[in-house]
Each structure stands twice: as structure tokens, then as C-alpha cells.
Design a protein around this ligand. Structure first.
Ligand code: ADP
Ligand code: TRP
Length: 332
């Protein structure tokens, strides 16, 4: 712990504290392998190096999921997914955003008051939603501000996400800076943590894999679902190497392993797809078993989330006490 490898912060009490990692995923449908390689795998790999906070962004999900039964089920599903992927509740504070909703909601309001409409109109997610949806709700427009509150309320140093979320972390930095300039130094400036080789995991059609494009391979799908998804990968007839198949295969095998497989099977799409489906099933199988075992004791799973929520809420409330002081609300 003596050497400073950039992962520790020297504190006033002379102790070296770990840097803080925070990230979350919305419970808005089954997770896919893009979520795993782009985000969750990093949470798991870094859970010991950082003091980690990983949450379920249910307040964000409400911008698109307005069905109580579905939302409750998705919260439980993502919790099981996180644990099955290897997040260890002894090392990570795992919580649900709405358990600290009062504090983040208030901080988002404070941020709203120093953020302009034209600034948020430039956000990519809003522009996309605006193009697609008939009506964009205020929550969707304000989504990056709530995300800034999630990040800044926990004093996060690093935010592991896929490339599509980079702009949101940059918005959080801008908001932190604006608040610090207006009210005095209060918030750390967080950094996005993006693994370049998996920054954008491609989907069945070669576009970014995304729930909203319907081009996903489900992370915890059954064997039949995985086979069906792989069979549906779009191939460009005529080419020796089916590029969309290869691009996904790269996540599961080394380039050297793939070179011999693809060289030996030029143009044989069926064989290559079957090989990919087998590799995905072998990779997912053990995680799927772990998930099924965890699902047998839902009381335990819920108690993990509840305990994490209490810890995260205590930190958030302490931070809000400082914010009250900074903005001039603390008069007693
Ligand atoms: P979706 O686009 O399917 O709705 P989310 O926006 O819920 O996915 O993403 C959750 C996390 O997974 C985010 O950190 C996001 O950057 C990451 N992620 C999602 N899709 C991909 C992808 N295709 N490649 C890399 N990372 C991804
Ligand atoms: N917007 C993120 C997503 O769609 C979820 C999220 C909400 C998040 N708040 C966050 C991610 C704070 C990182 C940090 O995946």
C-alpha cells in the first residue's frame, strides 16, 4: 500500500484510502452480453482495487418503464444478474437508487437550478429520444442531471461504462465544476472508465448491441435463446469471414484461436455460427447456474440490496449536509 499507483488517495489522517468507483444499470429489460462486456465485467474486475458502489438505476428506468409489476421484477432480475456475474457483496456496496432517492432527487434539483436547457438539449440521448419518441417526458430530458447526482453524491473518482455513456459522465464533470465555481469546492470531478476493446459491443446486425435495437444476445438466455440469436446474426453473403459473427466471437476467444477456426472454415457460416453458439453457452453456463441457485433464496438477495441501500444512503445524506451548507440553506 506504500506506493502510489494512482488507485489510492492520501488522506488527512495519514491513511491511504482507495479511490471510489461507482456505476449503475437501469432495470429496463433482460441484460445482454453488451452490458456484460461493456460494463459489468469491469465492475467485477475492479471491485477489490476500488471502494466500489454499484447500483440499480430504478429512478432512471421510470423514464421508460411505467408498469409497476415489470419494474419490480426487473429490479430483482438485475440484482441476481449482478451477483451471478461475480459482484461480491462483501466487497461492493450493492444498492437500489430509489433507496437513496430523497437525497439524489434533491441534489438533482440543485443541479437543475445551475444547468441550462440549451446545454441539456445537446445531450445525445435526448436528441435520439426526441427523434424517435412522439413525446419526451421531462424525466428523460433531465436524465443526465439525475445521473450527475448519482455520481457526485458518492464522491466517485471512476465511473466504468460503455462508450455510449461517456457523454453523461462528462456532463457530471461539467456540473461538478459549475457547482464548485458557484458555491465553492464541494464535488470531485469523476472520470469515465472505458475499456477500448469492448467500448461498443456489436449486435446481431453489426450496430451497437442495444435493447432498443432488438439486436441482442441475452446474457442469461436459455441455450435455445442463444442458438436462435446466433442463427439470426446478419451475414454478408460471399465473404470468407462473416464479419458480424467474428466481431462477437472475439469477445469469447483469442485472435489466435479464431484465426485457425476461421481459416479452416472459410465461407462456412453455419459451422462458424455453431462454434460461436457453443462458446457463448460454455461461457454463460456457470453464471446461469449460479443465478438459478441465488434465486432460491430471494430473502437473502433482498437483504443484500437493503443493507447496501442503508450504507449508500448514510453517505449521501452526509454529502447533502455539506451541500446545504454550501448553498446557504443551513441556518441551524
Ligand atoms: P441498452 O443500450 O441495451 O439500453 P444500457 O443503456 O442499459 O443498455 O447500458 C447499461 C450499461 O451497459 C452501460 O454502461 C452501457 O454503456 C453498457 N452497454 C450497453 N450496450 C453496450 C454495448 N453494445 N457495448 C458496450 N457497452 C454497452
Ligand atoms: N445511464 C446509465 C445506463 O443507461 C445508468 C446510470 C444511471 C449510471 N446513473 C448512473 C451509470 C451513474 C453510471 C453512473 O446504463
Amino acid at each position: 500500500m506504500g506506493k502510489n499507483d494512482g488507485l489510492y488517495i492520501f488522506c488527512y489522517n495519514g491513511r491511504m484510502n482507495k479511490k471510489i468507483l461507482l456505476s449503475g444499470i437501469q432495470p429496463s429489460g433482460a441484460l445482454h452480453i453488451g452490458n456484460y462486456f461493456g460494463a459489468i465485467r469491469q465492475f467485477v474486475a475492479l471491485q477489490e482495487k476500488y471502494e466500489s458502489y454499484v447500483f440499480i438505476a430504478d429512478l432512471h428506468a421510470l423514464t421508460t418503464t411505467q408498469d409497476a409489476g415489470k419494474l419490480s421484477q426487473s429490479i430483482i432480475d438485475v440484482t441476481l444478474d449482478y451477483l451471478a456475474c461475480g459482484l461480491d457483496p462483501e466487497k461492493v456496496c450493492l444498492f437500489k437508487q430509489s433507496d437513496i432517492g430523497g437525497a439524489v432527487g434533491e441534489l438533482a434539483w440543485d443541479f437543475n437550478c445551475i444547468t441550462t436547457m440549451p446545454y441539456l438539449e445537446r445531450a445525445v440521448a435526448y436528441k435520439d429520444a426526441n427523434q424517435k419518441a412522439k413525446e419526451v417526458n421531462v424525466g428523460l430530458f433531465d436524465y443526465p442531471v439525475l445521473m450527475a447526482a448519482d455520481i457526485l453524491i458518492q464522491d466517485a473518482d471512476a465511473v466504468p461504462v460503455g462508450a455510449d455513456q461517456k457523454q453523461h459522465v462528462e456532463i457530471a464533470r461539467d456540473i461538478a465544476q459549475k457547482f464548485n465555481n458557484t458555491f465553492g469546492n464541494t464535488f470531485k470531478l469523476p472520470e469515465p472508465l472505458i475499456m477500448q476493446d469492448v467500448a461498443i459491443v456489436p449486435g446481431l446486425d453489426g450496430r451497437k448491441m442495444s435493447k432498443s435495437y432488438g439486436n441482442t444476445i441475452p446474457l442469461f438466455g436459455t441455450d435455445a435463446e442463444i442458438e436462435k440469436a446466433v442463427a439470426g446474426i446478419v451475414t454478408d453473403s460471399g465473404a470468407d469471414i462473416p464479419q458480424n459473427v467474428y466481431a462477437i466471437h472475439k469477445l469469447f476467444k483469442t485472435e489466435a484461436e479464431l484465426t485457425s477456426l476461421y481459416d479452416a472454415n472459410k465461407g462456412k457460416y453455419k459451422i462458424l455460427k455453431d462454434a460461436l453458439a457453443a462458446d457463448i453457452k460454455a461461457f454463460i453456463g456457470p453464471m446461469r447456474e449460479k443465478r438459478n441457485a441465488l434465486a432460491q433464496d430471494m430473502e437473502k438477495v433482498k437483504s443484500i440490496l437493503k443493507a447496501g441501500g442503508e450504507k449508500a444512503r448514510a453517505r449521501a445524506e452526509a454529502k447533502m449536509s455539506l451541500v446545504h451548507e454550501k448553498v446557504g440553506m443551513k441556518i441551524y
